[in-house]
Write a new protein. Sequence first.
Lengths: 205, 443
Amino acid sequence: MPFWFLVPIAYGIYKILESGSSQVKIPTPKRKVVCLVGRTASGKSSTANALLGKKEFGTGIEHGTTTEAKSVDYIHGYKLTDTPGLLDTINYEQIVLNEIRQSEIVLYVTTGQLYQKELEFLEKICLGFSSSQKLILFVNRQDEKERSQTTSSRMVERQAIIKQVQKWIPESNVAFGAAAPIKGGINQTPSIESLQSTLFKLLQK
Amino acid sequence: MKNSELKDEMVKLQQELTKALNDVLKETESKLKTSEKEEIKKEIDELKELLKRLATGRIWIALFGKTNVGKSAIANSLIGDDLAEVSIVHDKTTKANPYSKDDLVQVSIEHDNTTEANPYSKTVYTREQTPWYIVDVPGIMGDKVLEDIAIQEAQRAHGHIFVIDEEPYEPEIKLFDLISKEMPNIPRIVFFNKQDRLLYMPKKDREIVQNRVYQIMRKYVKNDADIVYGSAQIYNSNIDEMVRQNLTVLEDRLYADTSTFGEVVNVYDPAKRAEKLSSNVKSKIFETRKKVARKIINAYGIGAIASSIVPFDSLIVAPGMFLLLVTTVIKIMGEKESEHFDGKKLAKDLLVNCGFFLFADFAASTIAEITLSFLGLNPFFTALTVAADYALLSYFKYKRTVIFGEALLLYIENGFSFGDNAKEMIIKAKREAEKHYSKLQSK
């Protein structure tokens, strides 16, 4: 038997002994993938399209537009994966968790404060996270907030969101913007600078 | 009449009727067929429910919907005052605020957004000038609600409003399914809040959303008009404030739709709103009131079975339960007590007329009863009294009561008068009784 074959086994045993816990996590290599996740119709596909600068993924106002995970090439050797939405009448959780397991960066897309089931989902994915995985939150549809909420309530909501996820996501990884803003019934250019700068910081690492 | 006075009357009535109805069931249980027993039991249950809710003196509306969908704002709009503190932060509506006095208004107090297991709490909004008693069941997509509590509130309410502000998510649909399965017959309206957001969308998208909403939510309502769109608040960018909107469209649905919500709402139609409603709606309201009044009359009829035999001439002197029936029905029909009549005199007048024109149905049964009870004293004839069809006696007592009730309704409808031909009215009352009370049809 070739000697080198024993190296990963030895490494594994070393890791088990070092951790001293009964939980054995064989480190799965995380692919260079940014995976978009979130409840249905939160704007994941639109956000992916905005990041890519072209309409790769189908979008729609109705729930359940995206029904399967799909990956395309992004930048710096990364892929971008769009997933079906959570909290839909069809349960896509397993598919989504599968994609997350293989992704280095998880980009959670929401339109406002997260609902209880979403918080539970974040807790779940973070429990399963390896040290190399990262979580970003993108709060979409800020154009809508500007025309339907008072300035103070918008500020209050932003703080509330940051507080909601602080257990899993640092404030520096929370971005606000609008992937597919609308004004006067006409589509405008995406407003995702904050998201891009947050994302690029993590990619380069 | 103040709502609080009406409430006290209803509580009293509820107690009297509940006792009478329970006595009836006890008495008749062994003597009636199973199907008859079931029928009475069902009627009793339905009426007890109705009375329980009427006894609150208000119309209970339970609002269901996810966190931040705008239930507090809707409550404010319906009540016409900014009672509820509307907040953007999830789970502001968390603590139970007990309903205090009629004259005081209910305000939602802000509480910490704590994640401790706070036993369920609801917030109630109400105000003297409106008939509403609005229960805000905490958002299901937030931290705080338990399914059992939601069902409890659903059962107590006269009607439900399912509130959404976009195509509903799975947890919302789950809750709506649960509530509508538990209470399939309760009146229900779907209210799509924040409609102003739809107006900013391209027309195509707007239509997609409305279509989806219709497909998903139509199973919870009895007809399409019960899916209502509106905005409880609208943002005014000039003053950077949220402005409360009147929800006339929702209110009109609550009042005018007599086949659903209106069934109960219209019993309490505040006099001041009556003028604003069209004559078509007014006549529908009247029919609804009669429907409820008939439930009451039926209950009194059943109660009469359980009550002791009262000779007709004694009735004239002391109308007893008949007087109660008169005052109750008058209220249900929306008339104020002092205005048109003297309750006791009316009861007596009606009894006299009924007894005179429907001797066989009204007074004769009493003589038969008296005769039989007299015979009962003689042990030789004990067998005879036992054989005397108890059900037949009950039937007579019941029939007498409902004929009386129908005569009362006709009297009210005729502007509190017998008109030119009292005999005609009384005979019509008998026909109406036979038409509307299934117990009479079976004999």
